[in-house]
Design a binder for this molecule. Structure first.
Ligand code: GN1
Ligand code: MG
Length: 363
């Protein structure tokens, strides 16, 4: 692999890159914090784009540049802090917004937003409420972004029907001989095929709008201001693409309304927390009132279940394919994650009436 400091030397940083540390969050790209010394110490984030997942890395960078520029204008109009409320990408010495190394690896960089925290678990409803309003605000700010200018970095990213077809293919091919070890999980997945088309059906018949969405709304993709505790800056813009806001809602609940981390293996510890669901609904709708329809609000509990199922079948398919997509630390990692997600699907099913009662309060 490229040397991180050598790569860093190709970016127009203030000061000289002197040290770096790896950041182990995220299943896809490789991320480093680079410290530069000059007049002051400044930290930058340097990321190697995973070209197995993003075969057209330049498309990812183009989207990020366009979205960040657009957001900066909006934030300035609102009188916000353009340096902290969205990412500031750093050009390379040749003016490009990415660096292509002689080894053929693509790198991009932005300035680190300081004095923020991120969470992998929502322990506090107030904080998860502000996560909901941060993603609602993000959606609103991008409402008039010219969606046709976005590159489709991963086609059918949240098309659960096509994700299900991918799983079936993985089962048929059984590339790593693991089908025999995943019988219960495969059975669970096959028994839930009927929920896959829930969101796309609503999009096709016009009940659910199509806008610009983030598509990876995990709680740890929000930088939370250490001083105010408010959701400050949305990161990981790799999959910003046209979509339904139910994708973003569902993914946020999947991750943040869970009682446990995505790779918790003690399934008794994994369940949906209705109080976190409610906090997120409250925050999300505080920003989206007027933009979102009653049909969409009523679809919240199902959307959360569908997107949780979708990520579950993606983990399962990757297990069957031999762990070629998500980063894993051990051979059963992906199937453990799939089990964890399926437990949430089943619990969301059992708590459906309770979640619907919450949602009805907002209609
Ligand atoms: C991946 O970027 P990262 O690691 O947060 C994945 C998401 C999944 C998530 C599961 C491009 O996100 O779709 O929901 O893992 N991103 C991509 O944790 O596939
Ligand atoms: Mg991501």
């Amino acid at each position: 692999m490229d040397s991180v400091l050598e790569v860093a030397s190709h970016f127009r940083y203030e000061g000289t890159p002197v040290s770096y540390e790896a950041c182990h969050v995220g299943h896809i790209n490789s991320t480093y914090f680079v410290t530069c010394e000059g007049k002051e110490k400044i930290r930058y984030m340097l990321q190697r784009i995973n070209t197995n997942v993003f075969p057209k890395p330049i498309w990812v960078v183009e989207n990020m540049v366009a979205v960040c520029e657009f957001l900066k204008k909006k934030i300035a109009e609102e009188g916000g802090d353009v340096d902290r409320e969205t990412l500031s990408m750093i050009p390379c010495t040749d003016g490009k917004m990415y660096y292509l190394s002689p080894e053929g690896e693509y790198w991009r960089s932005y300035r680190t937003v300081e004095d923020v925290v991120t969470y992998n678990l929502a322990e506090d409803a107030g904080m998860f409420r502000s996560a909901g309003s941060a993603f609602g605000r993000f959606f609103n700010r991008l409402a008039d972004f010219p969606a046709d200018q976005l590159n489709i970095t991963i086609p059918n990213f949240h098309n659960t029907v096509s994700r299900f077809a991918d799983l079936k293919k993985a089962i048929e091919e059984d590339k790593s001989g693991r089908v025999k070890d995943a019988q219960a999980e495969i059975e669970f997945a096959l028994a839930h095929e009927n929920i896959c088309s829930f969101i796309m059906d609503g999009v096709e018949d016009g009940r659910f709008k199509w806008g610009v969405t983030h598509n990876d709304t995990k709680l740890n993709n929000i930088l939370i201001d250490q001083k105010t505790g408010k959701g400050l800056c949305i990161i990981d813009l790799d999959t910003v693409m046209p979509g339904s806001l139910l994708f973003d809602f569902g993914d946020a609940i999947r991750f943040g309304a869970s009682s446990a981390l995505e790779d918790e293996t003690d399934l008794d510890k994994v369940y949906v927390k209705p109080e976190m669901f409610e906090a997120y609904v409250d925050g999300f709708l505080s920003e989206l009132r007027g933009t979102i329809s009653e049909d969409e609000i009523r679809a919240f509990p199902m959307a959360a279940r569908v997107i949780t199922f979708e990520i579950g079948i993606r983990f399962l398919a990757d297990y069957l394919n031999g762990d070629v997509y998500f980063r894993t630390t051990h051979p059963t990692h992906n199937i453990e994650r799939a089990r964890n997600q399926f437990k949430l699907v089943a619990d969301g099913e059992a708590k459906y009436d309770q979640l619907m009662q919450i949602v009805e309060k907002y209609i």
